[in-house]
Design a binder for this molecule. Structure first.
Ligand SMILES: Cc1ncc(COP(=O)(O)O)c(C=O)c1O
Length: 360
C-alpha cells in the first residue's frame, strides 16, 4: 500500500492501460503506413484518423482537428475564435485547466452554478436576459469533471434553445461520456443541435491512454482551417505515431471492447468509493456519478477542504480542493478521483479521509 493514496489525479489506473494493444496497433500502423507516420504531417493530424473520426461523428474530415490531447484544441480556440475580454460561460465548478486557460487568455468568465442534473440553464438564461451574453458556453455534459453529474436531456434542449435565442456558441467537451456504468445514454448536444451552434471535443485519454496524447475538436471547416494553421505554426504537426496507433484501434473495431473493460474497472472503483462515504462527516452531500472518474463532495458549511488538505496529506490521502474549480468560493467542496487507484486503496483512503474530516 503506498504511503499516500491519491484521489487527486483524474487518470486511468495502471490496469486500464493496455500496453500490448497499443504495441500491436502501433506496429501494424508502422508496417502499413511508415512514410506518412514518420514524416512531418499537416497540422490537422493523421489524415486517416481525421477521416475515421469524421465518419464516426457524421461530419467531414475538414471539420476535425486532432490535437495533442483535447485541452490543446480548447486553447487554440481561446487564441483564435475568442479574443481577450470576450465573455465565456463556465460551469461552477468546472475543469480547473479550462478555467485556468480562460483566465490566462484574458477572458471574462461568467460562472454558471451546477446542479445534480448539470449546469443551471435557467441561471444562464437569467444572465443572458440581463445582458451578459457569452460568446461561448463551455460545458462538460457527461460525468462532469469535477462534479460527476450529467446534464439532463431537458437542460440540453433548453441550452440549445438559449444558444439560438442569444446567438452564442456551445463547446461540448465530452471525454467521459462513453464510460457509463448504468442508465441510458443521453443524446449529445452536438448531436441534437448540429454543427451550426455546437463544437465538440473529446479525447482518447480516458478511454485508451492519456500518454498517447490524442484528443480532437470538431468545429466548422473554416475555423478548423484557422486552427490547423495555428497548430502548424506551433508544432508543425502533432505526433502521428500515437494517432496512427489509435487509428488502428478504431478501424480494427477494438475501441468498444477496451471501453467496456475500462468501464468495468471504473465501476468497481466508483462502488468502493460509494461504500467509503460512510466515513464522511454527517451532513456531507454527494450524488454518486453514473460514469466517469469523479465524485464530488460538499462538506457541511463552515468546513474548509483547502484548510484540511495538509492534514489529509499527513494522514496519507490527497484530493483536489474544490475551490480550484471555481473562480471564487467552493471552500467546502472537494473532488475525489477514484479512477487512478485500486478498490483496496479506495477503501483505505476513504477511511483516512474520514478520520481527518471528522477530527476537524
Ligand atoms: C473535462 C476535461 N476536458 C479535457 C481534458 C483534457 O484531456 P486530454 O488529456 O485529452 O488533454 C480533461 C482531462 O482531465 C478533462 O477532464
Amino acid at each position: 500500500m503506498p504511503d499516500t493514496i491519491s484521489f487527486a489525479r483524474g487518470a486511468p489506473a495502471p490496469e486500464a492501460l493496455d500496453g500490448d494493444l497499443i504495441a500491436r496497433c502501433a506496429a501494424e500502423a508502422l508496417a502499413s503506413d511508415p512514410t506518412v507516420i514518420l514524416s512531418y504531417g499537416t497540422g490537422g493530424g493523421y489524415p486517416p484518423l481525421r477521416t475515421w473520426l469524421a465518419e464516426h461523428h457524421g461530419t467531414t474530415a475538414d471539420c476535425v482537428l486532432i490535437t495533442n490531447g483535447s485541452l490543446e484544441g480548447y486553447v487554440f480556440l481561446l487564441e483564435t475564435f475568442m479574443s481577450p475580454g470576450d465573455l465565456i460561460a463556465l460551469e461552477a465548478p468546472t475543469y480547473d485547466r479550462a478555467m485556468l486557460q480562460a483566465q490566462m487568455h484574458g477572458m471574462e468568465i461568467l460562472s454558471i452554478p451546477m446542479q445534480d442534473d448539470g449546469m443551471d440553464v435557467s441561471a444562464l438564461a437569467a444572465a443572458c436576459a440581463a445582458g451578459q451574453v457569452p460568446k461561448l458556453v463551455y460545458t462538460i455534459p457527461n460525468f462532469h469533471n469535477p462534479a460527476g453529474s450529467t446534464l439532463s436531456l431537458e437542460k440540453r434542449t433548453a441550452l440549445i434553445a438559449l444558444a439560438e435565442q442569444y446567438d452564442f456558441w456551445i463547446l461540448e467537451d465530452d471525454p467521459y461520456g462513453r464510460l457509463r456504468f448504468e442508465g441510458d445514454d443521453i443524446p449529445g448536444i452536438y448531436e441534437l443541435a448540429g454543427p451550426e451552434r455546437v463544437m465538440f471535443s473529446s479525447s482518447f485519454s480516458k478511454t485508451l491512454a492519456p500518454g498517447l496524447r490524442v484528443g480532437y475538436l470538431i468545429a466548422p471547416a473554416a475555423l478548423i482551417g484557422t486552427l490547423t494553421t495555428r497548430a502548424n505554426q506551433t508544432y508543425i504537426s502533432p505526433a502521428h505515431l500515437s494517432e496512427a496507433a489509435v487509428h488502428q484501434v478504431c478501424v480494427q473495431g477494438l475501441l468498444p471492447g477496451n471501453i467496456a473493460r475500462v468501464t468495468d474497472l471504473m465501476r468497481v472503483r466508483r462502488d468502493a468509493m460509494v461504500e467509503g462515504l460512510v466515513h464522511m462527516p454527517e451532513g456531507t452531500i454527494c450524488t454518486p456519478p453514473e460514469g466517469g472518474f469523479f465524485m464530488w463532495l460538499e462538506l457541511p458549511e463552515g468546513m474548509s477542504a483547502d484548510a484540511l488538505l495538509p492534514k489529509a496529506q499527513e494522514a496519507g490521502v490527497i484530493y483536489v480542493a474544490g475551490s480550484a474549480c471555481f473562480v471564487s468560493g467552493g471552500e467546502n467542496t472537494l473532488r475525489l478521483a477514484y479512477s487512478g487507484v485500486s478498490p483496496e486503496e479506495i477503501a483505505i483512503g476513504m477511511e483516512r479521509l474520514g478520520s481527518v474530516l471528522n477530527a476537524r
